[in-house]
Design a protein around this ligand. Structure first.
Ligand SMILES: CC(=O)N[C@H]1[C@@H](OP(=O)(O)OP(=O)(O)OC[C@H]2O[C@@H](n3ccc(=O)[nH]c3=O)[C@H](O)[C@@H]2O)O[C@H](CO)[C@H](O)[C@@H]1O
Ligand SMILES: [Mn+2]
Length: 307
């Protein structure tokens, strides 16, 4: 048995030493043939995950052996509670099925959290947060709450975390192929555009500032994740920069999404998820999108956001 020679610490570490079980059979991989309509690696050699670039059977068997556990955070403040049922029900069908998952719901309406039947090893945890008058504030406060959740609750309990928008639902698999150190999702609205069209924060006085000629991709604020300590670093930095900006009366163009994009410019994601991982229901599906895994539902902003 080869495994006798592998250090236990190596196997125990979620992102190191990918060990497949004996006897697994699957189609032969190729470095010659594959998808040619998309790019599946960044210039710093991080994979870009698209349908057809990975084998879920291999990946699941590797991570099953490691017995990983995953936390997901979702905020449902004010009327956004209406999106929660659909989000949770579809997560049960598609999000890390067969793995240990804890979903943390942050809401000001804990009594309205729907009853959703969760599979064994999966749990729903509700956290109360105050309501807010400005939607910008709700969206921006997420980084702070994620930071504290990691520090106070998740440390030593969880391997990976994903932070997701609630006004969305799963349509097909989102699983172990998405795991990595720091994981960013390409925003569906800008991936065909020149970087000068990206809605980065353009005022040098903001800590989210990106200059012309800077920025790799436009990543979305509605989904990101990775290893616990990587996401902690991200959340802590974005929260601090947001607060320091606020003291100087500046709010970045797209709040924490702008700070996240600034962070990812310096701290390159080790895995990038294609727009399959956050599409938008109002957008017709482009030909390179073979499967929509998670997408934002159509909503009437005037109806759901506080004014
Ligand atoms: C696809 C994507 O990346 N969307 C981003 C985008 O548009 P969105 O238009 O998708 O933002 P949004 O209205 O969904 O707000 C972001 C999230 O904040 C929470 N929320 C918001 C308002 C509210 O009253 N109650 C509540 O709970 C909820 O979890 C929601 O999903 O711009 C926002 C601006 O900051 C965030 O960066 C979003 O992540
Ligand atoms: Mn959203």
């Amino acid at each position: 048995m080869l495994c006798r020679f592998v250090d236990e610490n190596l196997i125990g570490s979620p992102d190191l030493h990918l060990m497949a079980p004996d006897g697994l059979k699957y189609p032969q991989p190729s470095i010659m043939y594959g998808r040619t309509d998309i790019v599946s690696v960044t210039p710093w050699l991080a994979p870009v995950v698209w349908e057809g670039t990975f084998n879920p059977v291999i990946l699941d068997s590797i991570y099953q052996k490691k017995n990983i556990s995953i936390a997901a955070t979702v905020f449902a403040v004010g009327k956004y509670i209406m999106f929660l049922k659909n989000f949770l029900e579809t997560a049960e069908q598609h999000f890390f099925v067969g793995f240990r998952v804890n979903v943390y719901v942050f809401t000001d309406r804990p009594k309205e959290v729907p009853e959703v039947k969760m599979a064994a090893g999966r749990e729903l945890i509700v956290r109360s947060v105050p309501s807010s008058k400005r939607w910008q504030e709700i969206s921006a406060r997420r980084m702070e709450l994620i930071q504290t959740l990691i520090e106070e609750t998740l440390l030593n309990n969880v391997d990976y975390i994903f932070c997701l928008d609630v006004d969305s639902k799963f349509h097909s698999r989102w699983g172990t192929e998405s795991l990595g150190g720091l994981v960013a999702v390409i925003h569906p609205g800008y991936y065909q555009d020149n970087r000068d069209k990206f809605p980065y924060e353009r005022r040098p006085s903001s800590r989210a500032y990106l200059a012309p000629g800077e920025g790799d991709f436009y990543y979305c604020g509605g989904a990101f994740g990775g290893l616990l300590m990587e996401v902690h670093q991200l959340a802590k930095t974005c929260h601090k920069n947001f607060e320091d900006d606020a003291k100087e009366n500046i709010e970045a163009a797209w709040q924490e999404e702008s700070h996240l994009n600034r962070y990812m410019w310096t701290n390159k994601p080790s895995k990038v998820l294609s727009p399959e991982y956050l599409w938008q229901d109002f957008k017709p599906r482009n030909p390179e999108i073979h499967t929509v895994r998670f997408s934002g539902v159509i909503k009437n902003y005037a109806e759901v956001r506080p004014h």
